[in-house]
Each structure stands twice: as structure tokens, then as C-alpha cells.
Write a protein that binds this ligand. Structure first.
Ligand code: DAH
Length: 347
């Protein structure tokens, strides 16, 4: 480098060139690339200036270094300034283009729900579970003994005609009632006993309110001093939680071979509150389940001393409760899997 004047001119030319170049730069990536090319220590217009220091006479070295440094700092400032400006603009553009319109209705995902039968079963399980009942899962295939004989319904008993049975063989059948589970529990367990037993039952029966397969929830309590009052107290809690706080129960005499006395339990109509409507056929009451005090013969048959212990039992039809609760007039709707019906019931 001949002299400092020449250097100054060269640096001015570089400044001008940088100014011209950056005026045409439109994005931060190009700034980065251009900065790299200018500052490259071998090929860059500014970066390479320091390499030339060796060729500079000693007395000029200090001034040369100073000037080179000045242009370096200046160029960095230019690049930084432009880089900040362009990055801001790019960010703004991104915000604009990627903006989420929160006023747009969300895409609805179809939500599944449990089958009404399952909902009702779970509700009943929760209610009795909170009263300390345990769950016993019985067998769908039973012997004649557990389904009938042990429940005080021997072969020639007229009560067998109350239920049309699917026999698999003279000994085995599809259980017609979850009551069969009572016997298994009482054979296996000593009192105190407090169980519910939900499950499918089968009968040769088919009309708007009956299906060959349906579900029941059996309940059984055996302990010292258990009476019909305990039964009504428990069932009051049950119906109030299922049908509403102001629901009351009414016990009517009935007959089941395995209970004595036996009762039919009615609830006050939760639709008309007793005034009389279509649901309660104008009576103000709706029959919901069968129950009673466990027949002493049944206790004794399971090896439980009926002088020491007494029991209460009840059998709830789950579909019946679901139909009443959700206003379903045909039991088939609960077995046809029509989503237009099932979607409406999400309790
Ligand atoms: N098993 C009876 C039925 O299917 C219902 C029933 C009535 C169950 C009285 C009981 C009971 O436990 O005590 O019709």
C-alpha cells in the first residue's frame, strides 16, 4: 500500500460499495451471507485487509490498523442495523400470516359416551358402593340348583313358571336372575355380607318392555338384626340419588320364593310428582324393583343360622331404570345400537 491516501480512497470505495449493496438487500438471510463474504479473512473485502498488514511499512502500520478497524466497526454497525430492521419486518410478517383466528368456530370432534345401560349400572354401583356394598360378579351359565332350587324354587314349584328359562341341558341353564349369585356368596362367605351383583340375565320373553337378554343388579345384606326397615331405608337413598331428592318409596306385598315377606317397591312418580301422568299411568307411583327379607330356608340351605342372622335382598332391572329415567318407551332401543338414540343420553 503506497500511502495512507490510497488506503483512504480504497476504504471509501469499500464503504460506498457496501452502502450500495445493502440498499438492495431484502431479507436477513441475505444480510448474513453478504456480511460473511465481506468479513471473510481470506476473500472478504474488509476481512482480508488485516492480512495485508505485512506489506505495510512499519511507520504506517498503526494508522493502517486504526483505519481498518474503523471500517470494520462501521460495517458491523451497518449489518447489525439492517439485520435488526429486516428481522423485525420478517417477524411481523410471520405474525400476520400465522395469526390464529380465534373467532372461528372450532372443529368439533365427535365425543363418545357410555351406553345408557352402562351409565345406569355405574350410577347404581356408585350409590351402593358408597353405602359399603362390594361387587360380586356371578356366572351367566348357572346350574338349575343355583338359579332355582337353592332359591327355594324346587323342580315342581309353580314359581318356576314366572320365568321362561333357556335350558342348555337338564342341569345347566342361562341364569334367569342374578339372584343365583346370592347363593354362591352365602356359601362362600360368613355374615356380615353386603354385596351387589350386576350382570346379564336371560329369559324367553320378547315384547316392547321385555328382551330375551337384559341386565339386573342383585343386592344382598345378611347380618344380625337386619329388617325390612333397613331395606326401605337403603332403597330410599337409592331412588333419591337415581330419580331425584323428593322421590319416595312404597312397599307393596308380593311373592318371590326366596324372600318372606316379599315386596314390590314403587317410587313416587318423578315426572308428575304424584299428580298422575302417562308414565305412572295416572297412579302417581311406578314399580321399580322386587325385594324382601331373605327366606329362612334360603339362609339355612347356605349354612347360615337363621336364628342368629337375617337378610334382605333386592333385584333391580337395569334397563327398566334406564327406560324410566331417560323416557325410553321400547327396550329394543337399548339393544339396537342406534347412535341417534344413544347419543342423546349422556348423564
Ligand atoms: N330375581 C327376581 C326377578 O328376577 C327379582 C328379585 C326379587 C330379586 C326379590 C331379589 C328379591 O333379590 O329379593 O324377578
Amino acid at each position: 500500500m503506497a500511502d495512507l491516501i490510497e488506503l483512504s480512497e480504497k476504504l471509501s470505495a469499500i464503504r460506498q460499495e457496501i452502502k450500495n449493496e445493502i440498499a438492495g438487500i431484502e431479507n436477513s438471510k441475505a444480510v448474513y451471507e453478504y456480511r460473511k463474504s465481506i468479513m471473510d479473512s481470506k476473500t472478504g473485502k474488509i476481512g482480508s485487509l488485516m492480512r495485508e498488514m505485512g506489506k505495510i511499512p512499519n511507520e504506517m502500520k498503526a494508522e493502517y490498523g486504526k483505519k481498518v478497524n474503523e471500517i470494520k466497526v462501521w460495517a458491523q454497525e451497518q449489518f447489525d442495523e439492517l439485520d435488526t430492521k429486516l428481522k423485525e419486518a420478517e417477524m411481523r410478517l410471520r405474525y400476520e400470516t400465522e395469526k390464529i383466528d380465534i373467532t372461528l368456530p372450532a372443529k368439533m370432534r365427535p365425543k363418545g359416551n357410555l351406553h345408557p345401560n352402562t351409565q345406569v349400572r355405574n350410577q347404581i354401583v356408585d350409590i351402593f358402593g358408597s353405602m359399603g356394598f362390594q361387587i360380586y360378579e356371578g356366572n351367566e351359565i348357572e346350574t338349575d340348583y343355583y338359579n332355582f332350587t337353592a332359591l327355594n324354587t324346587p323342580d315342581d314349584h309353580p314359581a318356576r313358571d314366572m320365568q321362561d328359562t333357556f335350558y342348555l341341558s337338564p342341569e345347566f341353564l342361562l341364569r334367569t336372575q342374578t339372584s343365583a349369585g346370592q347363593i354362591h356368596v352365602m356359601e362362600a362367605q360368613k355374615p356380615p355380607i353386603k354385596i351387589i351383583s350386576p350382570g346379564k340375565v336371560f329369559r324367553s320373553d320378547d315384547d316392547a318392555t321385555h328382551s330375551p337378554m337384559f341386565s339386573q343388579m342383585e343386592g344382598l345384606v345378611v347380618d344380625k338384626g337386619i329388617t325390612l326397615c333397613d331395606l326401605q331405608g337403603m332403597l330410599n337413598v337409592f331412588v333419591q340419588k337415581i330419580f331425584g331428592e323428593d322421590t319416595r318409596t312404597r312397599l307393596r306385598p308380593s311373592y318371590f320364593p326366596f324372600t318372606e315377606p316379599s315386596v314390590e317397591v314403587d317410587v313416587s312418580c318423578f315426572q308428575c310428582h304424584g299428580a298422575g301422568c302417562k308414565l305412572c299411568k295416572g297412579t302417581g307411583w311406578i314399580e321399580v324393583l322386587g325385594a324382601g327379607v331373605v327366606n329362612k330356608k334360603v339362609l339355612e340351605g347356605c349354612g347360615i343360622d337363621s336364628n342368629e342372622y337375617s337378610g334382605i335382598a333386592f333385584g333391580i332391572g337395569i334397563e327398566r331404570i334406564a327406560m324410566l329415567k331417560y323416557g325410553i318407551n321400547n327396550i329394543k332401543l337399548l339393544f339396537e345400537s342406534d347412535l341417534r338414540v344413544l347419543d342423546q343420553i349422556d348423564d
